[in-house]
Design a protein around this ligand. Structure first.
Ligand code: ZN
Length: 163
């Protein structure tokens, strides 16, 4: 594994342990050249997925990108990184086992909505407001209504007023 700091090709594994309930292996690595430390994850990949964007453009599925968009929604929320990883892995497994090599970005978005809804209601609203691209206040009210029906959260006043 190449060092991300100095591009040295020979990095060493310092520590290796199972994580995400044995669904992944986490390795701590160190670069002998620059002393840089970084972490890699080993995960099962059942198949290569291609994401079809709304524009019709196709890009290879990237777990890290998915994780980042979930992390943005969960910023400063008290959710452990391991639970976020498990949720993302769960989404990937569902996509991989759905049988299609091509997945619409809207399908991924729907999976994330579902996952966040169970994980953290505030992050759910954040993600929903971006993903659903609330053009009309009615959309936002609809989502808040869904949440209220689930009786899982108090809508933060800041969010409620904004729309
Ligand atoms: Zn290095």
């Amino acid at each position: 594994m190449r060092c991300p700091y100095c591009s040295c090709e020979e990095t060493q594994v310092k520590d290796s342990r199972p994580t995400e309930e044995n669904a992944a292996i986490r390795r701590r690595r160190v670069c002998p050249d620059c002393g840089g430390r970084f972490t890699t994850f080993e995960r099962v990949q059942l198949r290569e997925l291609v994401v079809v964007k709304r524009s019709g453009r196709k890009v290879p599925f990237d777990r890290d990108k998915l994780l980042k968009s979930v992390q943005v929604a969960l910023r400063k929320r008290p959710i452990e990184a391991d639970r976020i990883d498990r949720m993302v892995s769960g989404i990937v497994r569902q996509l991989e086992s759905a049988g299609d090599a091509e997945v619409a970005s809207s399908t991924i978005g729907a999976h994330v909505m579902e996952g966040l809804r169970a994980l953290d209601p505030v992050a759910y609203v954040r993600f929903a407001s971006v993903y659903r691209d609330f053009r009309e206040a009615a959309d936002f009210q609809e989502v808040l209504g869904e949440i209220a029906r689930d009786d899982v959260m108090d809508v933060p006043p800041r969010l409620a007023k904004k729309h």
